[in-house]
Design a protein around this ligand. Structure first.
Ligand code: GTP
Ligand code: MG
Length: 573
């Protein structure tokens, strides 16, 4: 109990910091008053101010900042015993170094950001194409380099002064021990988020890989951009998650130039195709070929051009990222922006998503391989929906966010209205002070009894809707509203999810599980709270123990089981 109070206090403190940034309003959300033009102008100013005031950046400004860093950066393969001081001294002969960090992945690598692009240009000027007598090289110059030492090698046995930044999450057993040392479930959930979320360095590396690929695509489309989307930037990425990229050709000058009313005018002669999809396929096919043939470090390139969303998949060895390159995928960029916004609105959103994703992964509810299981994206939408359904709601519905949008937020993609407010300053949250522990528990109960057979999950409305089709799990795509994001999920996988929610709700409510326990004689902390939920063996043991002992269930669990029985009877009849 004391733990809940302290967690609640911490949360209130965080919230009060946010609330202080805004004037007092009685409604859930508020809309600026004035003409559209005035609102638009005020918005631009306010967005900048908001960014500085409470430290929250719009995704747009975050992407811009990261892209600029990436364009001034290089990736260098180094010797394991590289002397950092000597390395930095060498680099500084080319320009001021703003940031440098090392990591290990199939060798040791350094990410170096120069203060200006001149530093990069000077470094590349001094680099050579390797010449090996028995091999031929593709003379493609990129910002992926190898550090060579032609003078005396670093003496053997010499200790490196380099510190490596982790690029993969802590192993699950280590995480379980870490969580078991915490005092409260809320602290456990926060600790899990901190251990798993992308680090500053990993995030920089993701943008650098996009920037390196952009250099390849730029051979054909000099003004293109390659942007990361999905969990690399939506705030829900776990160390080691894949890198989803989007080749954006929209910025190509002249694409949207209007014809002058009179006089001469020039147009580019271009190839035409039957559809936008055909253009995407041909662009990705060529870029995929270039990545395969010329892209240093890019291996296992697969062109998956007949998928609903055509893509090129490959592994980028120097970073260790599994990459998916798409084009013309603007709706996915919008859902990324939406998820990012939700994650920034309240710290509990990200924490709960991290905890649920981790729980689902350890019980094989989700997988890194595509299949009939629930995807991380679907699971995230399920958490968002649950948070919209709290009373008072923790996050607004998409319709409410759309209602708050100004003219600058207007976005229609392929006939789908993707408009929603992006300025945090316009969103007013309700006063909900529930602890993460309570939310986690309620999440399991919510989905243990959700009427999946009849209802669809809908974050646009924040209310379940009648299912428009027979798929076992129906989660309305927030922007392409006729689509189901969980169309792939079969009945078995959904049943596994529901059963696990029931077991986890039961386990979470056992008093011997939700308080910290004494460490074992060897000092290893005994697993409790969230840590127990992350141990498939523990959940299974509880399941069988529950059967054997026929322990009296709590009133809540009794009613939960009752409701399931009724549901099953309904199914049979
Ligand atoms: P992980 O890669 O599993 O960490 O999560 P992710 O959010 O990156 O998911 P994924 O790589 O599968 O997809 C990348 C992004 O594409 C998601 O974040 C969504 O924005 C979008 N996306 C994925 N699946 C769907 C879908 O079924 N429908 C829609 N509209 N968008 C999707
Ligand atoms: Mg992804």
């Amino acid at each position: 109990m004391a733990s809940s109070i302290s967690a609640c206090r911490l949360h209130l403190c965080l919230r009060s910091k946010l609330i202080n940034c805004f004037p007092k309003y009685e409604t859930f959300l508020y809309r600026g008053v004035g003409t559209d033009a005035v609102v638009a102008q005020a918005e631009t100013t306010r967005r900048d101010v908001t960014d500085e005031k409470d430290g929250r950046k719009t995704l747009h400004s975050l992407l811009k900042e990261r892209q600029e860093q990436a364009e001034k950066s290089v990736l260098i393969s180094c010797q394991p015993r590289t002397n950092q001081k000597r390395f930095l001294k060498y680099l500084s002969t080319h320009g001021d170094v703003k940031k440098c960090f090392f990591y290990e992945s199939y060798g040791v690598y350094a990410v170096v950001e120069f203060a200006s692009r001149d530093g990069v240009a000077s470094l590349l000027q001094a680099a050579a194409i390797p010449s090996v007598s028995h091999e031929s090289m593709v003379p493609f110059k990129s910002r992926l380099l190898s550090l060579r030492n032609v003078s005396s090698a670093e003496s053997p046995g010499q200790q490196s002064d380099v510190q490596y930044q982790p690029q993969i999450p802590v192993p699950i057993n280590e995480l379980i021990q870490r969580l078991s040392r915490q005092e409260t479930v809320d602290q456990q959930i926060t600790s899990l988020t901190e251990a798993y979320q992308l680090t500053e360095e990993n995030s920089r590396l993701r943008f650098l890989v996009c920037s390196l690929l952009k250099d390849i695509a730029a051979a054909y489309f000099p003004e293109c951009t390659i942007r990361p989307f999905g969990s690399s930037v939506n705030g829900f990425g776990k160390l080691g998650c894949d890198l989803d990229m989007f080749l954006d050709l929209d910025g190509i000058g002249g694409r949207n130039v209007k014809m002058p009313p009179s006089g001469l005018f020039l147009e580019f002669q271009v190839k035409r195709a039957n559809s936008e999809r055909a253009v995407t396929q041909s662009v990705l096919s060529v870029i995929g070929e270039c990545v395969d043939q010329f892209g240093p470090g890019c291996v296992g390139v697969q062109k998956i051009l007949n998928a609903r969303c055509p893509l090129v998949r490959f592994a980028h060895q120097p970073s260790g990222f599994q990459c998916d390159l798409t084009a013309n995928n603007r709706v996915a960029m919008k859902s990324t922006e939406l998820l990012y916004l939700y994650g920034e609105l309240d710290p509990r959103v990200r924490s709960l998503v991290f905890a649920v994703r981790c729980w689902a992964r350890t019980h094989s509810i989700t997988s890194s391989i595509p299949g009939a299981w629930i995807s991380n994206f679907s699971l995230t939408v399920m958490v968002l929906f649950f948070l919209q359904k709290r009373s008072p709601a923790i996050i607004p519905t998409l319709d409410q966010l759309q209602h708050l949008a100004g003219p600058a937020d207007k976005s229609v993609i392929e006939g789908n209205d993707c408009t929603f407010v992006r300025d945090f300053g316009r969103i007013r949250l309700q006063q909900n002070t529930e602890t993460l522990e309570r939310l986690m528990n309620e999440f399991f109960e919510f989905y243990a009894t959700f009427p999946f057979s009849r209802m669809s999950i809908n974050i646009r409305k924040g209310k379940e809707q009648n299912k428009p089709e027979v798929a076992p799990l129906h989660i309305q795509n927030p922007f392409e509203t006729s689509l189901n994001v969980s169309k792939n999920v079969n009945a078995t996988q959904l049943e596994r999810f529901v059963a696990l929610c029931q077991e986890s709700a039961w386990l979470f409510q056992q008093s011997d599980n939700n308080t910290r326990r004494a460490a074992g004689t060897d000092g290893t902390p005994a697993a409790w709270g969230l840590a127990t939920l992350l141990m498939p063996s523990q959940v299974a043991r509880i399941k069988s123990r529950k059967k054997r002992k026929r322990e009296p269930a709590s009133e809540r669990i009794k009613s939960l089981l009752e409701s399931l029985k009724t549901k099953n009877q309904g199914k049979k009849s």
